[in-house]
Design a protein around this ligand. Structure first.
Ligand code: ZN
Length: 118
């Protein structure tokens, strides 16, 4: 029996942006922010935002190559999302104040914890 190969998934993908569902490492959120939502959520160098808006609990990982035709693009309702890994289901919701902020900017937040169905 050969051991499962390791090291291929580094850096560790362990945080999900609650808004777009992209999965990144904690340090990616800290250093680069969310590639889709940084302009509205401001993860960069902001551990409070990372704690509130990036969940460590999720199920399923979908690789998105960047076609706006993909089901993920439709489901996420993001036209210009970046290629990457996205979570199918995420535990947790954005805090109300951030949600209100997004609404004020015309962004519709849809919780990805399974509570909203199309
Ligand atoms: Zn995001």
């Amino acid at each position: 029996m050969s051991a499962v190969k390791r090291g291929r998934t580094a850096p560790k993908l362990n945080r999900v942006c609650l808004l777009c569902g992209i999965v990144q490492s904690l340090s990616q959120f800290r250093n680069e922010g969310c590639p889709n939502c940084e302009s509205v959520l401001h993860f960069q160098d902001n551990d409070d935002v990372i704690r509130e808006c990036a969940s460590p609990t999720f199920e399923g990982l979908v690789a998105v190559r960047g076609s706006s035709e993909s089901w993920v693009a439709k489901w996420l309702r993001i036209e210009n999302f970046v290629p990457g890994f996205y979570a199918v289901r995420v535990s947790g919701k954005l805090p109300d104040d951030i949600k209100n902020d997004l609404y004020a900017q015309g962004i519709e937040y849809r919780p990805r914890d399974g509570s909203v169905q199309d």
